[in-house]
Each structure stands twice: as structure tokens, then as C-alpha cells.
Design a protein around this ligand. Sequence first.
Ligand SMILES: [Zn+2]
Length: 165
Amino acid sequence: MCKTLKLCVLTAALAAVLAGLAAAADVTAVNELVDRSLQWNGKTVAIEGEAIGEMLPRGNYAWVNVNDGTNAIGVWMPLADAKKISVYGDYHHTGDTLRVTGTFSRDCAEHGGDVDIHSDSVQIVKTGGAVGHPVSGGKKAAAAGLSAAALLAALFCFGPRAKRR
Ligand SMILES: [Zn+2]
């Protein structure tokens, strides 16, 4: 039995909050990019959102539309990355959740002045499926944070106790 239960709970709660903040902090909302496109132009950005519609292959590359709930943007990515996406969002499906890091352009010279992101990396954060009760990326991050926090709390409780005067 943990004798410092209150402190453990507090530690766990704090760790979970910090994990949640860290997960949210390094992703930029698509609408923020579009709204303040001058400021973000040419910068490396990370977004997380749902692959929607369909892949549009162009040689060794492909366009994939990513919607993060605030707005949608075209992501120019290697065809090999696009092929990793198994589900695209439509009326009946929730698309795969992608985490894309890449260069944001407000008027891409290569693509006729379009607003787009040229990917450096594409990760599938969550596989989509038929529309049901999807677990959001945020909840997933919070769950991961809680697990880490529980581990920390366990270490704190069951590890060597600090000496007290
Ligand atoms: Zn482009």
C-alpha cells in the first residue's frame, strides 16, 4: 500500500497534463497556417489530421488532402508514403490520422502558386475505418501520458523512500 498516495496521484495528474501539453504544442493547426500564411511561408511545420478524399498520384509523388478539423491542406508526399495510407475519410469512413512534417508554402512555385505542404516525413498515427466512435489523437496522447505517469507514481511509491528528518 502506498503511504504517500496523495502525492502519487498529484504526480500522476501533473505528468498527464504535461504529456498532453507536449503532444499539442508541436503541432500547428492548418487554419493557423492558412490564416497567417505570410508568417508561416517557407517554414517547417508539423500538422496532424485525417487523410480525406483520395490520393492523387503524380509520378513518384502524390497529393493527399489532410483535414485536422480546423481546415484542410494538400500535402505533396512521396508515392511510397501515400501508399501507406489505408483509409481515406469520406461519408462512411474515418480516414487514417497522419502526422506530417514538411515545408509550408503559401504560393508554391512548383505547383502553380498553391497553398501546400511538401512533406519531409509522414507517419500514420492511427488507422481509420468505418465511421463509428473514433478515439481522438488527443485522447490517445492523454492515455500514453497516464501510463507514463502511473509508472512514475509506482516508482515513487515503491522505490527507495527519501530520508526524512
Ligand atoms: Zn508544392
